[in-house]
Write a protein that binds this ligand. Sequence first.
Ligand code: ADP
Length: 480
Amino acid sequence: MNILFALAEAFPFIKAGGLGDVGGSLPGALLKEGADVRVIMPRYRSIPEELLQEARFLGRFTVNLSWRKRSAGLLEVPYGGVTYYLIEEEEYFGREGLYGYFDDGERFAFFSKAVLEALALMKDFPVDILHCHDWHAAAIPLFLKEQYGKSPRHQKIRSLLTIHNLRHQGFMGNEAFGDLLGFGNNQRKAYNWLAYEGQLNLLKGGLMAADLISTVSPAYAREIQTPYYGEGLEEVIRYRSRDLSGILNGIDSDKYKPLKDKSLWVNFRSSLDKKGENKLRLQEELGLPVGKDIPMAVMVTRLVDQKGLDLLAHILPELLTLPLELVILGTGEPRYETILKKAEAAWPEKLRALIRYDEGLAHKLYASGDLLLMPSLFEPCGLSQMIAMAYGTLPVVRETGGLKDSVIPYNQFTGEGTGFTFTNYNAHEFLDAVRRAVGLYRENPAAWKALADNALAQDFSWKKSAGEYMGLYHRLLSRK
Ligand code: ADP
């Protein structure tokens, strides 16, 4: 079974969020299940050169975007037992970072078509299934059905489109239909699939064209069929609901292992005392009051409304009257960066806002924290809460999407649980959950230790989910 992942991020080449973690770890897990999985992505300028030392140039090929003929190159890079293919096109991808350019729609429409053209250069790898991720690769199933249907190389390929975040959809003006995507005026079906409120929506096109679709938690799969979470595509998703699955992401359990993690000051297995040594070092380094008994809450997050930053901002003064310290590592929208920096200046004894992206520091925070705060507005899966639990750090989360599927709420009567939860998107419900957590930490160390042990014992490896993806692949291959 030959599966090609098409996506925009894969750690360690490049990562902006959870998609990068998945791109860097799920292929390896599927290889263990017996599928030959390879990955194709753009060759961004920001990919570190040292990761490309073993790259082999496979050749050049042409991509027709209507009247534009673009020449692209294909590299093959082995990494961690997985083969990565990188599509090289200087004008589109020879730029800093990943996203946020005015022509992102055009860049990833190009990428999607380039994936289909690049298959010709993968001589030893006849692809059975194209597993496309998010809007960046969503045009692939559409091109496959509506432009490549008669090509012998493509005819038998089946497609799976996985939604990692429904909020990002990939919009383009109507003129792109013929002018860029290269469809003819008579291709009504392709147009209807793409059309969305007077524009073209690449994700919508992909959701209509893909053979099967999935998303990254069972709860999110249910939620996105409702207007509150559907981002305007709830009807499309309901229409395809028979072909929709929700499969919870895993994490790379070798990478996030407190006993082995080289980023930590002190490694530990389950000893909260040793874990606490990390907290002391972090407090010292950040110039916060030092003490093992001061509960430390951490956040490692993109600073966007999805992550519940509005709830945090609303109750921040009250939150900081609790006996705790809060350390936030993140980048994102300037308005949140400003709020956090101002708050840091007002409460220097309580809060640190570290506005940057730093993988090593993130690991230190996961290990040093007692609590991880994640009051998300919506959360397709979320990895931070799972990583936190892998370090014995208890998440405080809103019961939505993957947070609901991965955190077991603390039950004071039975002692079971792996974290603290609240239901509604309400700042004071969030505050109440933090208050309960801090109270337990201070008043009942034995119960806290039991929860931390529960969290450490959770299995968030890819094994189970990889098996579920294999099930989807078999279902695809059994289709005519
Ligand atoms: P999302 O994909 O929505 O951003 P996830 O929780 O699924 O959220 O994944 C976020 C990933 O990115 C986690 O691995 C988290 O540790 C990492 N991350 C987020 N912000 C930062 C940052 N500023 N520095 C380092 N790692 C970060």
